[in-house]
Design a binder for this molecule. Structure first.
Ligand code: ATP
Ligand code: MG
Ligand code: MG
Length: 536
């Protein structure tokens, strides 16, 4: 198995799964269709795949759709598309809702065996009783009574709606997850798949062990903050096996939930950003969603390498974004073409006294060390643009190198009263030695053909470095998460396509979010800055 190169805690895959048999391991990725996949889900998906492959086993993908109030088919489509994007090799997709009949049957058998009881204790009181370890007055209801109410629950009668079905585990257990958790509850919301057929649904706690076992999952990977719930999973599965003897065992294996600094990773919170118009939907490149991040230039290989470098660690720590972006940079830098741009509001005209009379075009490599990137036409003329920041550093009479062309002596640097450079007179000195110049400048020949650019620098969505569960993230919204600069680029950029990744000389890496449109040449090409993992 490939180990991550250069990562921190590597070697994690030396830790195997307990009781794993080569060729027999079955893992699963169980997304709930209540939002788009984010980078935490990507970790879960890739880790499950990694284990399935390590043991030459199988990976299942199952939509965990037991809560009709949160789920939508729109999300199913986006998740299926993301699973493809992540390159998961998995068995045909299943749905927990496929198993509603068996889950209902199992529930019924457990009532008959005396393990489940209907409870109509008001919610607040039930919570208090659970905290105090007090048994519900309904715990002693007879099997007949429970079966009768069970039918009422599926019929959603007034009595049915007042009840939920709980499992008798241990009301005095120190572990509160064992204090008779709810196994079925009524919900009248239209289910995205089964419509109005059911009015009562299994909870996640009931459905998960049953369906994992029924589908033959040998190892259920769960994030370690649910460690407390492990005994509950095993106890419920054991009861289910007692009435459904063909159910095999499932081993839980826990790993660290992924968190990043300055980031919310929860579908509920991300939904809030979407619904409040703070981003342009789930695929906004500022979103930590799979689609948002890939749109911003994150390569699948980088994501995979990052996940593997974290591997099986169980310690929940906040990750730095720099780590994943620097892996990404290592992947894109050797291959992405180079282009040139100058900022529109900060460009300085340069007039060359001895430049070409008419524009000349020279074929140059798009990437000096990567021939496959192809070539581009470098335009040379007597009227150039420089960046103001570079112009500021020039001394009159200084010899500099125009990158990719040759040396030039800056004869006059004109400034206005505030010190802004308004123009430069230069004289080419192509015989000059570029090794002897201090400044190597990015320049662009002035041309009608230069496409307008919109450079977007994207920031975090929140301003707090470590958002804790109890923080109200709404108080930490970054109102300046997008900074847009107008620029012009070299004419070759007209042929870039959406999704192409380039480096703008001395400005960083960018991905084309909207290509140039010859039919609408004044509409700017949109380029998103790809972080390169270097602290700014
Ligand atoms: P959220 O609501 O925060 O997006 P969830 O756990 O409710 O997460 P699910 O769709 O149920 O979302 O998650 C699918 C799988 O992804 C589960 O196995 C879950 O444990 C895992 N997962 C979710 N968030 C993370 C994360 N931040 N890091 C690692 N795994 C995660
Ligand atoms: Mg979940
Ligand atoms: Mg959640």
């Amino acid at each position: 198995l490939a180990k991550a190169k250069g990562g921190g805690d590597t070697g994690s895959f030396d830790i195997g799964l307990p009781n794993a048999v080569m060729g027999k391991v079955v893992t699963r990725f169980p997304p709930e269709p209540s939002g788009f996949l984010h980078i935490g889900h990507a970790k879960a998906a890739l880790l499950n795949q990694q284990f399935a492959e390590m043991y030459k086993g199988r990976l299942l993908v199952r939509f965990d759709d037991t809560n009709p109030s949160k789920e939508k088919d729109e999300y199913v489509e986006s998740i299926i598309a993301d699973i493809k994007r992540l390159g998961l090799r998995h068995e045909p997709v299943t749905y927990t809702s496929d198993y509603f009949p068996q889950l209902k049957e199992c529930g019924e058998r457990l009532i008959k065996a005396g393990h489940l009881y209907a409870d109509d204790t008001p919610v607040d009181q039930m919570r208090e009783e659970r905290m105090a370890g007090t048994e519900s007055r309904c715990r002693g209801r007879s099997v007949e009574e429970n079966l009768r109410i069970w039918s009422e629950m599926f019929a959603a009668s007034e009595e049915g709606l007042a009840n939920c079905m709980r499992v008798k585990l241990d009301m005095t257990a120190g572990n509160k997850a064992l204090r008779d958790p709810v196994m079925f509850r009524c919900n009248l919301t239209h289910h995205w798949r089964t419509g109005t057929e059911y009015k009562c649904y299994p909870t996640y706690d009931f459905a998960c062990p049953f369906v994992d076992a029924l589908e033959g999952v040998t190892h259920a990977l769960r994030t370690s903050e649910y460690k407390d719930r492990e005994p509950q999973f095993y106890m419920i599965l054991k009861l289910q096996q007692s009435v459904w003897p063909t159910l095999p065992d499932v081993h839980i294996w826990d790993y660290a939930r992924l968190s990043f600094v300055y980031t919310v990773l929860s579908k509920r919170k991300l939904t809030w950003f979407v619904n409040n118009g703070l981003v342009d939907g789930w695929t906004d490149p500022r979103m930590p969603t799979v689609q948002g991040m890939m749109r911003r230039g994150l390569q699948l290989e980088a994501l995979r390498e990052f996940v593997i470098s974290q591997g099986a660690s169980k310690n929940v720590t906040y990750q730095e974004w720099d780590k994943i972006w620097s892996i990404n940079k290592r992947i894109i830098d050797p291959v992405c073409p180079r282009h040139t741009a100058v900022e529109t509001s900060a460009r300085v005209p340069v007039t060359l006294s001895n430049g070409p009379a008419a524009p000349e075009f020279v074929e140059v490599a798009r990437h000096a060390k990567h021939a496959a990137a192809g070539t581009k036409q470098q335009m040379r003329s007597s009227s150039l643009w420089l960046d103001q920041a570079d112009a500021q550093t020039l001394a009159e009479g200084e010899e500099v190198t125009l990158m990719g062309w040759g040396n030039c002596i800056m004869r006059a640097v004109h400034k206005d009263a505030s010190g802004t450079v308004t123009g430069i007179d230069g004289e080419l000195n192509l015989a000059g030695d570029f090794k002897k110049t201090k400044l190597k400048l990015t320049w662009l020949a002035q041309s009608e053909e230069c496409p307008p650019l919109e450079l977007q620098h994207l920031g975090y969505l929140v301003t707090k470095r470590k958002l804790e569960e109890e923080d109200s993230f709404e108080d930490w919204v970054n109102k300046e998460s997008k900074v847009v600069t107008a620029a012009v680029g070299d004419a070759n950029m007209r042929s870039l396509k959406q999704g192409d990744i380039i480096q703008l000389e001395r400005k960083g890496y960018f991905i084309v979010d909207r290509a140039f449109d010859a039919a609408n040449p004044s509409q700017p090409l949109v380029l998103l800055n790809i972080p390169d993992g270097r602290a700014k």
